[in-house]
Ligand binder design. Structure first.
Ligand code: EPZ
Length: 433
């Protein structure tokens, strides 16, 4: 298993380019199941979860061309009949977002058999609300042997009020409703930019959707959808991660090819912490000496402070003068990174869904373990400012959602190598000053 070896202390200088959003590309790939014509997606990130979704679609009989090279980040997907409408446990257990195929499969083929995702490091994460909504669209749903089986000759429209805001729930049912009979109205929907990006793709495939990106979405069903070409939005969580890296390490870092307007809550919070940000339409420049002030954070659904930035923000809070109170309102078990940050010398007190972080503390390099995607990003950020060398184990977590993060960080002066990777001599870590 690959590890990262990071030597801290270097200010980041230069420009990093943001890749496409994993959480927009995954539902977009599932949406290709809704038509037998080719769907071409541009700006698809080269990350492991995209490979998993490709394998899942191929398992179902789809043709998937994934092209990642200097000039292309493109995937072309065509799902002709017959479709094997099954998502096996082996794949779903590695990526819960695989359940996004449930709605499109029922809508397109009238049946689907999808493994239940099971538990996850950050919380129970059931899909009960997804199932309830599909039942409202007229699907008969049963659960057996760890699988959900859904059937419907023809989905019909419904009025759905989500008990709780769910991102992939909103996405999945929005996709299913595009081929249902009549107009479906969904209320209390997720407003994440990834939901609006998916709707943009579906509309270019011929779907009739209004209100995506707001709490109320209307979908008028159509008999069939056609192929389309769509560019995936930049990854706002990856953007936020690099902006925090710039703020923590000092120096002068520009994060380009991003959408700052998707990160309002985070940028406001960083300004409150005293980070110096120059925000343009598609780039953010962070200039500073790493001096930061403590500020409290509550994670919320969009447009509130994203839970996917909570771990990275905690790393920053260890370097901020004062006490930061971090409250995690979305997932019940999303503080695993705190224990590893404490191994590096951070002063953090955990009280249920609240973490109290005292700063500024000098972190020291240590051997630490990544537990999930965003936790691993938090450990990389802490290692960039720690004294000495940090060894981060299980970085396969970070590969799920960050494209070549160690190369991007190295390109702006960080000392990060992937062990397990045969490195050309010149890229080895420079001797400590
Ligand atoms: C999406 O997950 C993202 N994943 C997550 O990003 C992100 O953390 C999350 O939204 C919240 O923003 C993708 O888009 C692929 P939810 P999702 O349904 O849709 C509960 C990352 O790091 N709930 O909005 O699975 C649930 O347990 C990942 O990239 C139910 O109880 O999250 C949670 O507490 C991690 N029943 C809350 O709602 C349901 O049927 C919100 O979850 C559905 C959800």
């Amino acid at each position: 298993m690959d590890k990262f070896v990071v030597r801290g202390g270097n200010p980041l200088l230069g420009t990093v380019r943001i890749s496409g959003a994993k959480n927009a590309a995954l539902p977009a790939m599932a949406a290709a199941l809704l038509t037998d014509e080719p769907v071409v997606l541009e700006n698809v990130p080269e990350v492991r979860d995209i490979q998993t979704m490709r394998r899942l679609l191929v398992e179902m009989g789809a043709e998937v061309e994934l092209r990642h090279d200097r000039t292309h980040h493109r995937t072309t997907i065509q799902c002709c009949e017959p479709i094997r409408a099954e998502a096996p446990y082996e794949l779903v257990k590695t990526m819960r977002a695989s359940t996004l195929v449930l709605g499109p499969l029922v809508a397109r083929t009238g049946c689907a058999r999808v493994s239940l995702p099971g538990g996850c490091a950050i919380g129970a994460r059931p899909i009960d609300l997804h199932i309830k909504a599909l039942q409202k669209l007229g699907a008969s749903v049963s659960q057996e042997h760890g699988y959900v089986e859904a059937r419907a000759e023809q989905l019909r429209s419904a009025h759905i009020v989500w008990d709780r805001i769910t991102v992939t729930g909103t996405e999945e049912v929005m996709m299913a409703a595009t081929l249902a009979d009549g107009e479906t109205v969904m209320e209390n929907c997720a407003r994440e930019p990834e939901v609006a990006d998916l709707a943009e793709l579906l509309i270019s495939m011929g779907a009739q959707i209004q209100g995506a990106g707001t709490a109320t979405i209307r979908v008028r069903g159509v008999p069939r959808l056609h192929g389309a070409r769509h560019r995936i939005i930049p990854d706002r969580i990856s953007t936020g991660t690099f902006v925090i890296a710039g703020a923590m390490t000092g120096g002068d870092l520009t994060v380009e090819n991003c959408r700052p307007r998707h990160l309002g809550a985070l940028l406001e919070k960083l300004a409150e912490c005293g980070a110096v940000l120059h925000v343009e339409d598609e780039s953010i420049r962070v200039v500073g000496d790493g001096r930061l002030l403590a500020a409290d954070v509550n994670t919320e659904e969009y447009p509130g402070f994203p839970t996917d930035m909570q771990a990275q923000y905690m790393a920053l809070a260890t370097q901020a003068a004062g006490t930061s109170m971090i409250t995690e309102n979305i997932f019940e078990n999303r503080f695993l990174h705190a224990l590893e940050l404490m191994r590096m010398g951070a002063s953090i007190k955990l009280e249920g869904r609240r973490a109290v972080v005292h700063g500024k503390t000098q972190l020291s390099g240590a051997a630490v373990l990544a537990s999930d995607l965003r936790a691993s990003a938090s450990l990389v950020l802490a290692a960039l400012v720690a004294d000495g060398e940090t060894i981060i184990d299980r970085v396969y977590h970070i590969d799920r959602g960050y494209e070549r993060i160690e190369e991007k960080l190295r390109s702006v002066g960080a000392q990060v190598i992937r062990v397990g990777e045969m490195l050309p001599k010149r890229a080895a870590l420079a001797p400590a000053q």
